[in-house]
Design a protein around this ligand. Structure first.
Ligand SMILES: [Zn+2]
Ligand SMILES: [Zn+2]
Length: 262
């Protein structure tokens, strides 16, 4: 089996998963963070990636049994889709704590398809259905309310940042010690040097507000789920605001740009 795991920093690795008809058309990543007493996963990829993720971890000498927590950015199936598979493969589910924004937990457990909007002007509706959930999943999830935020921070040193817009309960996660920002779909590397947002949303205005909030934060590393990856530090001084004319692709796709990395 081809190993899909890449080490990005001393503590963060990424596994490339398949999406869109099992191709790699839109690169989708699962991130692994090494903490003192185990691993934390950020998102889980589309359905059908669970076995590959667990095997990639083993091959890279990570113990999948040491996964302590899974932080979901949002309920969409390309992010929460392999959750059930991973939980089933790594054993007793009660050992893993699954964090997710409160509003998205409601959508995920409702198991009903929803309409997403694509493109700010065309506003095209897209049907989207959540992936399978782990059995007896009710007790496993920790919604990010006040108690959830405190638990995630105290136990794992991770700050949950509500970033609604792409979905109502979208959440980004900052690992405080390393300054690693796991931005989900709230901030993406649209080009290797260009940071903005993809125009799929529940609320476009909120999505831009949330993206701007993250773009202005003083993080060190940015790890978005889709598109490109970078492993170098991008502190505020390396970010140049995007002004002037937008390229044709950006305009056609309705992407919103925040900054360019110098
Ligand atoms: Zn999504
Ligand atoms: Zn996605």
């Amino acid at each position: 089996m081809k190993n899909n795991l890449t080490r990005l920093t001393d503590t963060v690795s990424a596994i490339k998963t398949t999406f869109l008809f099992r191709t790699r058309l839109l690169p989708t990543h699962v991130f692994i963070l090494e903490i003192e007493n185990g691993l934390v996963l950020f998102d889980t990829g589309s359905p059908g990636n669970g076995k590959m993720i667990v095997e990639s971890l083993r091959e890279a000498k990570f113990d999948p049994g040491s996964i302590r927590a899974i932080c979901l950015s949002h309920w969409h199936r390309d992010h929460a889709g392999s959750l059930a598979e991973i939980i089933e493969l790594i054993g007793p589910a009660s050992k893993v704590e699954i964090f997710i924004g409160q509003a998205d937990l409601t959508l995920l457990t409702a198991k009903r398809p929803r309409i997403l909007r694509f493109h700010p002007f065309l506003n095209l509706p897209v049907w989207h259905r959540p992936g399978r959930l782990p059995s007896s999943s009710n007790g496993l999830f920790i919604p990010l309310d006040n108690a959830g935020y405190t638990k995630l921070d105290r136990k794992y040193g991770i700050k949950a940042i509500p970033t609604p817009g792409h979905t109502p309960g979208h959440t980004a996660y900052l690992h405080r010690e390393t300054g690693s920002l796991f931005s989900g779909c709230a901030l993406s590397l649209l080009e290797p040097h260009l940071v903005g947002i993809i125009s799929i949303f529940h609320d476009r205005k909120e999505q831009i507000r949330s993206g701007k909030r993250l773009a202005d934060m003083d993080f060190r590393y940015l790890f978005p789920v889709h598109m490109f990856l970078r492993s170098d530090e991008i502190p505020l001084k390396k970010r140049q605001p995007c002004t002037g004319k937008k390229g044709i692709i950006t305009r056609l796709m309705g992407n919103h740009l925040f900054f360019r990395i110098s």
